[in-house]
Design a protein around this ligand. Sequence first.
Ligand code: IPE
Ligand code: IPE
Ligand code: MG
Length: 246
Amino acid sequence: MSFKEQIDTARLPKHVAIIMDGNGRWAKGKGKLRVFGHHNGVLSVRDVVEGAGELGIKYLTLYTFSAENWNRPKYEVTAIMELLISTINKEIKKLMESNVRLNTIGDIEMLPKKCYDELVSAMEKTAGNTGLVLTLALSYSSRREIVQAARAIAEKVEKGDLKVSDITEDLFAGHLHTAGMPDPELLIRTSGEYRISNYLLWQIAYAELYFTDKLWPDFRREDLYEAISDYQKRERRFGLTSEQVN
Ligand code: IPE
Ligand code: IPE
Ligand code: MG
């Protein structure tokens, strides 16, 4: 039985987040430059986006470029930005056909203007789509996002628009870049690394974590289905006892 057939579609995670890692090692293993890995990683993105939409996942959030990734060699950063532009350009038609809404989190104003413009235009074009919400985390740092939220709230308090006693978890979450999105129930990281790398720290408070040794360019929808099937076998207790949950 395929992993897809094992999935109970009535109990799908609403939101799946992925740390797409291992492009560089994948390329190196083939005797190629790191950038070759990023190019092949795009094929995985395409397949996983299609596969998630087909299954009925509502939110898919992909860690595409971290704030820390700016410190990589200049040629690699440039190549990633160019790849981003060409990919959005190529995929926009497909996103429209499959009713996908494109969204971003992170400080996208820091991206090169061409890249920023391409993204904003694609987000505007797909804004009315009602299928999968595909969020790309770009120039994203979770700690920075949390500090930005704290500042925005503090400013409102300073102006008298908000009372300190109004600050709740919901209000705080509403000031994060992910405002309005449910928290991910499932976080997947590829490439055999067991860390979070400054991704969605607030939002993954109770996410199920799934790690696979597969490098991102080898990851396909069937691997996503395997992760979801594994997720569905877990007992999510939220602090309760197993007896209470059952
Ligand atoms: C993930 O693959 C893609 C980005 C971070 C942009 P890496 O480029 O981190 O690949 P490895 O981890 O060096 O193999
Ligand atoms: C995390 O991968 C960022 C993305 C996948 C875009 P990294 O490869 O940058 O993470 P670290 O630095 O190894 O933790
Ligand atoms: Mg990496």
